[in-house]
Design a protein around this ligand. Structure first.
Ligand SMILES: Nc1ncnc2c1ncn2[C@@H]1O[C@H](COP(=O)(O)OP(=O)(O)O)[C@@H](O)[C@H]1O
Ligand SMILES: [Mg+2]
Length: 321
């Protein structure tokens, strides 16, 4: 089963946002998804609407515990349409920050504790949201993964940062029969400025076809995480369908095992079997569970572009299990 580590040693580039966007895309496709939150800041945990979880990833890391992830996972409180199972999460806790130096003291190495915990987990997709560092938490994420997705912004010196994390991935893969493979470099928060375009082009020049995406800078994306909602449930909120479509395409590229069949050419205009209006079913956000009290106010991204307009996404059959 695919296990994707979402990585970059830099903070604020969108690792958590992309991990949760991919989790939403896969869940809304019918897949059973597990998110592992390895960042002591616990943004993925709160983005999934989980507050004060009874169990956390710390228990999987404190000792060798083969197969423990399944029992430690708790369900996300994401509101989802009927027929969709919200992701589960092995939640983070600020206490995780103290675990890293303890891992370093294990004389036989503690890089593979998460890998052991994820043995026989039974999910269709596991997404590991890594912290913004190259320490032992991220190394545990990379040891557990069969592929790594580097997330970056198209900002100054992004290429240098990507080169650094690629070296780490390569060093681990060279000791482990090529695991994890580089799934690609997702360019997130792509705005419409000349600066953003320049740094995006630099990334493409350096890394060619490894560059995936982009996911554009959009207020709807920030709103979804601030409200602990899946982007796919924001319905026709401006920018949400476009952001969902970009994350759907990213999922196709990173996890081809869950890729949608190509739509029939005439299906987009609507046929009796495939009405054109059928997009990802939206959840009535007004009746969704209220976001937890600590959820941040919705940030305003003035002047942000909603530039990519794509044809409507057709519904796809649930993934066979
Ligand atoms: N495509 C996007 N459009 C708008 N805001 C975004 C986008 N991606 C990320 N953000 C916002 O940027 C901030 C940092 O993103 P986050 O996913 O937490 O980064 P990281 O996990 O790498 O630290 C968050 O406030 C998030 O809502
Ligand atoms: Mg994060």
């Amino acid at each position: 089963m695919p296990i994707v580590a979402v990585v970059n040693q830099k903070g604020g580039v969108g690792k958590t946002t992309v991990a949760l966007g991919l989790a939403a895309a896969a869940s809304f496709r019918g897949a059973r998804v597990l998110v592992v939150d390895l960042d002591p800041q616990a943004n993925a945990t709160s983005g999934l609407g989980v507050w004060e979880p009874a169990t956390t990833v710390d228990a999987a890391l404190e000792a060798d515990r083969p197969g423990s992830a399944r029992a430690l996972a708790v369900p996300s409180s994401w509101p989802v349409p009927e027929g969709v199972t919200p992701p589960d999460v092995v939640a983070s806790t600020p206490a995780l920050a103290a675990r890293e130096p303890q891992l370093a003291n294990d004389p036989i190495g503690a890089q593979d504790r998460l890998q052991l915990a994820l043995e026989a987990n039974g999910y269709d997709l596991v997404l590991i949201d890594c912290p913004p560092s190259l320490g032992l938490l991220t190394v545990n994420g990379l040891f557990a993964a069969d592929r790594a997705l580097v997330v970056t912004e198209p900002g100054a010196w992004a290429s240098d940062g990507v080169a650094q994390i690629k070296r780490t991935i390569g060093r681990i893969a060279s000791r482990r029969d090529g695991r994890p493979a580089l799934a690609g470099i997702a360019v997130n928060r792509l705005g419409r400025t000349r600066d953003a375009r320049y740094w995006h082009e630099q990334l493409i020049e350096h890394y060619g076809e490894q560059v995936l995406g982009p996911v554009h800078l959009r207020a709807a994306v920030a709103e979804a995480s601030a409200q602990s909602l899946p982007i796919h449930a924001l319905g026709h909120r401006p920018g949400a369908p476009e952001a969902s479509a970009e994350l759907d395409s990213l999922l196709d590229a990173v996890v081809p095992e869950l890729a949608r069949p190509a739509p029939e050419p005439d299906a987009v205009v609507g046929t009796p079997d495939a009405p054109a209006s059928a997009t990802v079913p939206a959840v009535d956000v007004a009746t969704a569970p209220a976001a937890a009290p600590t959820a941040a106010p919705v940030p305003s991204l003035t002047g942000e572009p909603d530039v990519t307009v794509r044809p409507p996404t057709l519904p796809t059959p649930p993934v066979a299990r």
